[in-house]
Design a protein around this ligand. Structure first.
Ligand code: DQA
Length: 299
């Protein structure tokens, strides 16, 4: 993936500019760190800084066919330069807005962002790490699911047509969903009268809680509401019951038979804000195709 990083006015003075607010790192150091991370993740990077609104727009236009996505810190232009919003809309590239400082906790005028309705996500308040978090998030969400929903549904349906031992089948279904959608972890759970129990999972490790009360955690809340539950940053939700270290965003999809919840699908990402509306719709279609796994009454 090719990523364009745009820095706006005054960011060329990072290091000496208000270090208590923006940190000690210079722009060169920041670009070098983003570059290192991009190389490690197999992405290509181009970076550009300007103190001029038009120059940022020109560069975005010039790179629009090269880039697959944009990390954009427009500096103070964020708060009033509407032509930047139109430029991002015009090139129609996935864009993540980045700020070193937490603009929501500073002067009220910094709370307006011209990019608010055209960006995919906002990473702010972490200093240099805002850029690194934004890069990782962009690489996960920008290309959309690796396979389109129809192709994934076809794979799941095909696998379901050849049932074998339930644990093996659950593992393989979870694996198809995880790989096709580029998620960090996927688990299929059976929901009983009292307890929820993992049937199969795919990801870097087993769930910390393979079995828990059906009222507990985010899963408990999704079961009670019978609706999908998406939490974009689990650190802000006290109901979160950690499944895997490093999870930042989680989505739970209950499988509802006419009168009861038979199972759940738990999908986890290492990146906060990873569940864009498109990806949730994609997941809903795929999870619907998984319903026969529970419908067969194999719990
Ligand atoms: C900034 C926040 C803006 O409000 C400010 O004008 C900047 C830097 C940041 O990265 O925190 O120049 O974009």
């Amino acid at each position: 993936m090719r990523v364009l990083v745009l820095h706006g006015p005054n960011l060329n003075l990072l290091g000496e500019r208000e270090p208590a607010v923006y940190g000690q790192a210079t722009l060169e150091e920041i670009d070098a760190r983003i570059g290192e991370r991009a190389r490690a993740l197999g992405a290509e990077l181009r970076t550009f800084q300007s103190n001029h609104e038009g120059a940022l727009i020109d560069r975005l236009h010039a790179e629009r066919r090269w880039a697959d996505g944009v990390l954009f810190n427009p500096g103070a232009l964020t708060h009033y330069a509407w032509s930047l919003r139109d430029a991002v809309a015009a090139v129609a590239l996935p864009c993540i807005e980045v700020h070193l400082s937490d603009v929501s906790k500073r002067e009220p005028w910094r709370r307006t962002s011209v990019l608010a309705d055209v960006r995919m996500a906002l990473c702010a308040g972490l200093g240099l790490d805002s850029y690194l978090e934004a890069l990782e998030l962009l690489l996960e969400i920008a290309p959309g699911p690796e396979r389109d929903a129809e192709a994934t549904v076809a794979l799941l349906t095909e696998r379901l047509a050849h049932p074998e031992e339930r644990g093996v089948l659950a593992h393989e279904l979870a694996q198809i969903l995880r790989r096709s959608g580029r998620f960090q972890w996927v688990g299929l759970y059976d929901v009983g009268m009292e307890e929820v129990e993992v049937r199969g999972w795919s990801g870097p490790g087993p769930p910390t809680h393979p079995r828990f009360a059906r009222t507990e955690g985010l899963t408990g809340a999704a079961i009670a509401s019978r609706r999908p539950l998406v939490v974009q940053d689990v650190r802000t939700d006290p109901r979160h019951l950690p499944t895997l270290e490093g999870t930042r965003a989680e989505a739970i999809f209950p499988i509802v038979a006419p009168s009861e919840v038979l199972g759940t699908v738990d999908v986890e990402s290492a990146n906060a804000q990873a569940f864009t509306a498109d990806r949730v719709r994609w997941l809903e279609r795929c999870v619907d195709a998984l319903a026969p796994f529970w419908g067969a009454g194999g719990t």
